[in-house]
Design a protein around this ligand. Structure first.
Ligand code: CP
Length: 365
């Protein structure tokens, strides 16, 4: 693949907009590797395995000073723009850290009040401006589908560069889902992997983009059961269920979270996403206490299950649960740095160099 090439450059926006999510994925990939990273539907099982293995290699290489020096030499000539106009701590910081691990210099816009969008510049012109100075755009926005649109705009410009979606509206958070899959891969390493497991999603499933992206990625595994535990007004959307139906996935919806705990191999907790409320008191109408995980619930959980959360949390996981070895959400968060480094290294075709270094240094993955 030549840097800067992308198949999105060969399709009109009108034609692209009629494609299914799975069909769109083909437009973000070049020679079997991601170029743009925009939606969960662009990844298949072999892609997930490859990113997981590369993340583990990078994680192990980074344990030594010489390994860090090697990693930082890989992309020292690249610059990345972090365009985060919606609040973020861990996605923003883990992308910063991932870039630093690979030697990439970074720039950032975190508030359009400090950029020329404040003066009326369009988002299209803004990203074209970024592409004049940077080699990669990593963007978070509260507008669903914006990253796809910006990737298309850049692909039709004289300087196409890759775009990574770091969270868009209520629809997609593909890199969070990748780090969630990596966490599940690591958690079930000694238990036959992710195939055949039961994953219980809990909380605000209607507006939680992490759940939507992860639920889809899990369709790449055999026999995974998905349980959606939420108050009815916050239950998972019909559009996602239609995708699961078409993929032949076994799932069920329930209001009885506590009753689902014993069957879970992984519990995926989420907070109430009240930033999407249309009026300030909307979320307070829902009684969500029955969807909190407390220390007392640990007794109902299988000894080899895991508790996950994309974070930030509020009261949905009691702080005294953190000490339990099955609570993996802090490790999950750190995994984001390794997975994002692996993803960027893949986009810029550095997988072979990393694999060769790992083999030369006895790092077997
Ligand atoms: N999980 C996640 O997206 O966290 P931030 O909003 O802090 O980036």
């Amino acid at each position: 693949m030549e840097e800067g090439s992308t198949r999105l450059g060969g399709v009109s926006w009108e034609a692209y907009a009629t494609l299914t999510l799975r069909e769109r994925g083909a437009y973000f990939t070049e020679e079997g590797r991601p170029y743009h990273v925009l939606i969960a539907q662009q990844f298949d099982r072999s892609g997930l395995d490859a990113i997981g293995a590369l993340a583990t290699r990078i994680r192990r290489i980074a344990k030594t000073d010489s390994g860090m020096a090697f990693l930082q030499g890989l992309l020292f000539h690249k610059r990345a723009m972090l365009y985060f106009t919606q609040p973020s701590s861990r996605t923003f910081l883990s992308f910063c850290a991932a870039c630093q691990i690979l030697g990439i210099k970074i720039g950032e816009v975190r508030d359009t009040a400090t950029s020329s969008e404040f003066k009326g510049e369009s988002k299209e012109d803004s990203v074209r401006t970024f592409s004049s100075y940077f080699d990669l755009i990593i963007m978070r926005s509260q507008m669903g589908g914006l990253a796809e649109r910006m990737a298309w705009v850049l692909s039709h410009s004289e300087r196409p560069i890759p775009v990574i979606n770091a969270g868009s509206g209520k629809d997609q958070h593909p890199t969070q889902a990748l780090l969630d899959i990596y966490t599940l891969q690591r958690s079930f390493e000694e238990r036959g992997g992710i195939d055949g497991k039961t994953i219980v999603f809990v909380g605000d499933l209607l507006r939680g983009r992490t759940v939507r992206s992860l639920s889809w990625l899990l369709t790449n595994y055999q026999g995974v059961r998905q349980v959606f535990a939420a108050p009815p007004p916050l239950q998972i959307g019909d559009d996602l269920l239609a995708l699961l139906d078409r993929a032949g996935v076994e799932y069920r919806l329930t209001e009885d979270f506590k009753g689902a705990i014993p069957e879970a191999d992984a519990i995926y907790m989420t907070r109430i996403q009240d930033e999407w409320d249309s009026d300030a008191k909307e979320s307070r109408k829902h009684d969500t206490e029955a969807y909190h995980f407390t220390a007392a619930d640990l007794a109902q959980l299988k000894s080899d299950s895991v508790i996950m959360h994309p974070l930030p949390r509020r009261e949905e996981i009691a702080v005294d649960v953190d000490q339990d070895p099955r609570a993996v959400y802090w490790r999950q968060m750190r995994n984001g740095m390794w997975v994002r480094a692996a993803l960027i290294a893949t986009i810029f075709q550095r997988e072979a160099a990393i694999r060769a270094y790992a083999e030369e240094n006895g790092i077997v993955v």
